[in-house]
Write a protein that binds this ligand. Structure first.
Ligand code: DGY
Length: 314
């Protein structure tokens, strides 16, 4: 019997496959485990099922490797919370959850694109504050999605799902990725993408290469009055530069589902104009979160059974 630590209590039906496979499951309770507790438990278990707020760093992985830890399965497609280099060095498999949250995340990206194009955040705020003085022919004028150029930074599964949706709205979609994609709309430099992006939507993982990739210089290369949407990871965007760009009109609006410092975003963001903010809910639907959890559990069981699952990243 193998022991699996699920770092926080999850709906039992989502994780039932672990016990069905004959394993013993312990969980981190409703609040989840702190970093010290996780490092203390890691040597006692064969597998950890983590979430993206768990910091699975080299301390945790080394503690686990000193025991019998074989796999960490992150219930997320991103795995920047895990020290992949350490896992590789220690022979611990890491799994993620690709392909099951593309639609939900793309829906939230489209939501933010719509909210920014149509200034719905500003409009709702004015209404709630009693600042709506009646239908106004020149009030809250946004822009049509139809004909607006959308630049996708990254064309993985989520980027493609956004592209499909945006095309239905009549947007003209361009993308840039590290390698040519062979798909219509590919442009081969970030600068070229920025120069055509009325709306820039980010769909790359956070890594040493992408951290801070979108800063003031990049925002200024977009057509003036552009829109930035980020549903990937906060650290890809320089948040102070983003607020400056909103304040000086370089950008007309921005929509963020992710922040450099979660759950306490840069206070300048909270006071910034024309900014629609969501608390990292891209994948937050019942169906999607269930599928993500099931996929992480499946990867865990496969590794414990001696196989290499398709969702192993190292
Ligand atoms: C992920 O999966 O990486 C998202 O950020 C959480 O849904």
């Amino acid at each position: 019997v193998k022991t699996i630590l699920v770092t926080r209590r999850l709906p039992p039906s989502w994780v039932v496959s672990l016990e069905d496979a004959g394993h013993m499951v312990i969980d981190g309770g409703a609040e989840g485990l702190g970093h010290r507790q996780l490092a203390a438990l890691a040597p006692e278990v064969d597998a950890v099922v983590s979430v993206l707020t768990d910091q699975v760093d080299s301390d945790v992985l080394e503690a686990g490797a000193a025991g019998r830890l074989r796999v960490v399965a992150n219930i997320a497609v991103g795995y920047d919370n895990i020290d992949i280099g350490a896992a590789q060095r220690l022979g611990i498999t890491v799994c993620n959850t690709p392909g099951v949250l593309d639609g939900a995340t793309a829906d939230i990206a489209m939501f933010l694109i719509l909210a920014c194009c149509r200034l719905t955040g500003d409009a709702e705020t004015a209404l709630r504050r009693g600042q709506w003085h009646g239908w106004d022919i020149t009030g809250f004028l946004g822009r049509d999605l139809e004909g607006t150029r959308l630049g996708l930074l990254g064309l993985g599964r989520i980027g493609r799902a956004v592209s499909r949706r945006a095309e239905v709205f009549g947007m003209r979609v361009f993308h840039h990725a590290r390698r040519p994609t062979g798909t219509d709309g590919y442009v081969d430099s970030l600068d070229e993408l920025l120069s055509v992006a009325d709306v820039l939507s980010i769909h790359v993982p956070l890594s040493a290469q992408t951290r801070g990739m979108i800063a003031g210089g990049e925002l200024h290369r977009m057509p003036r009055g552009g829109i930035l949407v980020n549903t990937a990871r906060g650290g890809i965007v320089d948040e102070d530069d983003l607020v400056d760009a909103l304040e000086d009109g370089t950008l007309a609006a921005a929509g963020l589902d992710v922040f450099e410092n979660e759950p306490r975003p840069n206070p300048r963001l909270l006071g910034s104009p024309h900014l629609v903010l969501l608390p990292h809910v891209g994948s937050a639907t019942v169906e999607t979160r269930r599928r993500m959890t099931e996929l992480a559990c499946r990867g865990t069981c496969e590794v414990l059974a001696g196989h290499r699952p398709f969702n192993a990243v190292v």
